[in-house]
Write a new protein. Structure first.
Length: 529
């Protein structure tokens, strides 16, 4: 059964939830533990709001017509998970929560009665749990601050969640979505895990060349997507969860990795398996603060990858930029910490080898020493991109200019000649993408009539088709010539700039040497006199 609780449903039950919590005495109890300067504290109010909204979500779920037959333990579990998620957001340093549960015999209300009865009993029991620790005989366990009360409530709801799971068999086909969580059976998945990833909208059909890379990535994605959440393990014994790819800029490494990620998410969606794809950005590891980058990296992998509620894939582009610092004699402490974290991920000392996650990383050059290479569990794959005339034709005509054949009056022989030209000029996949962009710009280079702007989308497309210009093979050849000239001029300018920078550096060192020699001679003269 599938159901969705909207924010409006929650807000409708919020007044009732607050009344139940007030009647149980939680506001006064929190104020007695920590009254602050004005009778209570801001954190106490945030705690009350978090518990109230968690309860309101469950009250709304209990009224949903599709969920009326669910046992009360499921609503108790939802209350616990919603409260844990909301209370956890208030804690600046999330603590390790108890994995055990309460004695099942003490929670008969979660087995019999109605969902309403179970939720009210949980509120009363939670208040009694806090009250017990408020006046605990052991002074070290007695609550004295609002942050301690927050931690106590989180512990209670964590214990409650484990107890509810022990009391209830997993409901078949249950998928309950709330504004914060998705309950799949008895598994709570954070809504963030199901947000759209920042992958490009590409599939394997958009890839030309890189067959080995795509094949290995497809196999890795299928292996990880076969993870069994209920059993807590992967039926396949995966020895390698890291795929390392080497290729020159513009060869299609990025688009292939994104196609692998989309394929992986598609498999997870079909299997009903919570899955996500994380792309590592330079800002994730290039902090200027000492040890912050390494800590951020470890936090990303531990929280978002290793401890993901489902399965997870990671794409790390240009990982060689992080490795490059290793060969530098002036390597900073920050870079050493980064390398230590990366090495731990690659060689398996950080993170479980449980077949629940995978990492695809790529590099432009193999600027890595033996210690780095030894941590890669396989030889790097090579991404070559399009290399033959036919592959260039496929990339340009069938992928980049798909659907525009009617405005390209080019014969098969002319297409093949264009493909040969791309090979001769050593164009990359990125160059072909730029070339296709120029072709499309010229094809649609016309002034729209005034009525264009008020037309519906489909009519606009028809008008564009009618006004588009044909682009013959000769014009494509000219565009290739222009692109090659521009690239070579840009490369020559970049080389000239590097040369001038090097000359300035040499002059600086020569001037420094001359100044040092002059200073030494003056010292000798002064010493002699």
């Amino acid at each position: 059964m599938k159901a969705r609780i909207e924010t409006a449903d929650l807000e409708h039950e919020l007044g009732r939830a607050r009344a139940l919590i007030a009647a149980a005495g939680l506001p006064g109890l929190l104020a007695r533990v920590d009254a602050g300067a004005f009778g209570t504290t801001p954190l106490n109010l945030e705690t009350l709001d978090a518990v109230s909204r968690a309860l309101a979500t469950c009250l709304a779920a209990a009224k949903h017509p599709a969920l009326g037959t669910l046992p009360p333990a499921v609503f108790g579990l939802l209350f616990a998970e919603e409260a844990l998620d909301r209370l956890g957001a208030l804690s600046s340093a999330p603590e390790s929560l108890p994995p055990a549960g309460f004695a099942a015999t003490q929670y008969g209300d979660l087995v019999r009665g109605t969902a309403q009865d179970a939720l009210e009993a949980i509120v009363r029991d939670g208040v009694n749990f806090v009250r017990f620790y408020q006046s605990h005989a052991d002074g070290s366990k007695r609550l004295a601050r609002d942050s301690e009360t927050l931690r106590c409530l989180r512990s209670y709801f964590s214990l409650l969640a484990q107890t509810a799971r022990k009391l209830q068999e997993e409901p078949a086909g249950l998928e309950l979505q709330t504004p914060r969580l998705t309950l799949v059976g008895l598994r709570a998945v954070p809504a963030a895990a199901e947000e759209p990833s920042d992958l490009l909208p590409v599939t394997f059909d958009d890839i030309v060349g890189n067959e080995d890379f795509a094949k290995a990535g497809r196999r890795l994605a299928r292996d990880v997507a076969g993870f069994d959440l209920k059993a807590g393990k992967n039926p396949k014994r995966m020895r390698n969860q890291v795929l390392f790819v080497l290729g020159s800029p513009g060869c299609g490494k990025t688009v292939t990795a994104h196609a692998i990620g989309n394929y992986f998410l598609g498999l997870c969606d079909k299997a009903g398996l919570p899955g996500r794809m994380r792309v590592i950005r330079r800002t994730d590891w290039a902090s200027s603060y000492q040890n912050q980058s390494a800590n951020t990296l470890l936090e990303i992998f531990r929280e978002e990858v290793f401890n993901a509620p489902g399965v997870c894939g990671v794409y790390w582009p240009d990982i060689d930029t992080a490795f490059a610092a290793r060969s530098d004699g002036d390597i900073r402490q920050e870079e050493r910490a980064n390398l230590g974290a990366i090495f731990g991920i690659l060689d398996g000392t950080i993170g479980p080898k449980n077949g629940r996650w995978f990492l695809v990383c790529d590099a432009n050059t193999l600027r890595m020493d033996e210690a780095t290479l030894s941590r890669l569990s396989q030889a790097p794959l090579k991404a070559l991109g399009p290399v033959s005339p036919d592959s260039f034709v496929k990339l340009l005509r069938d992928v980049k200019l798909r659907g525009k054949e009617a405005w390209l009056p080019i014969s098969p022989e002319e297409w093949l000649a264009l493909g040969r030209r791309c090979v001769e000029e050593k164009l990359s996949g990125r160059s072909v993408d730029a070339l296709a962009g120029r072709i499309l710009t010229e094809m649609e280079d016309f002034e729209e009539p005034d009525e264009y702007f008020s037309l519906p989308f489909e009519e606009k497309q028809k008008l564009i088709d009618r006004l588009s210009r044909n682009i013959p093979a000769a014009r494509v050849q000219d565009l290739i010539t222009d692109h090659v000239r521009f690239e070579r001029e840009s490369q020559a300018k970049a080389e000239a700039d590097r040369f001038l920078d090097r000359v300035k550096e040499i002059r600086f060192h020569l001037s420094a040497q001359a100044a040092a020699a002059s200073l030494a001679r003056e010292r000798e003269k002064s010493g002699g006199s």
